[in-house]
Design a protein. Structure first.
Length: 126
């Protein structure tokens, strides 16, 4: 492989990278300028402001990690489930049932139960 090949390959990579950034910035700017002023009476933004907005959103919401966050979240969830299962295994069947009832009363969807109770009351004749 000669030096010219690598130089051309690097230039092509830089060109496509710049093209991608320009398209992403222009797309984001167009969406912002189309939606935000009409919906929220917000300001129009320029292309440099758009790039700043993209960098800020990446810092706040995406970080600059490798993209393995979804895998890390799944590993944390599995570890939590295994810890909980281990703790439940150490309880007697009565304690397990009591724990389940407590969790159901704390975490169940109360509004759904209230709606079904109202529906049952309405179905019964007064």
């Amino acid at each position: 492989m000669n030096r010219t090949f690598w130089l051309l390959r690097g230039l092509r990579f830089a060109l496509f990278g710049a093209l991608f950034l320009a398209l992403a910035g222009f797309g984001t700017m167009s969406l912002w300028n189309w939606l935000v002023p009409a919906l929220f009476h917000g300001p129009l933004i320029s292309l440099p402001q758009t790039f700043g907005l993209l960098v800020l959103s990446r810092i706040l919401f995406g970080g600059f990690g490798g993209g393995s966050r979804a895998g890390a979240w799944a590993r944390q969830r599995r570890a939590w489930q295994q810890r909980l299962a281990g703790r439940l295994d150490s309880l007697s069947p009565e304690q397990q049932e009591q724990f389940r009832q407590q969790m159901h009363s704390r975490c169940s969807m109360g509004w759904k139960q209230a709606a079904s109770a109202v529906a049952k009351e309405q179905a019964q004749p007064a």
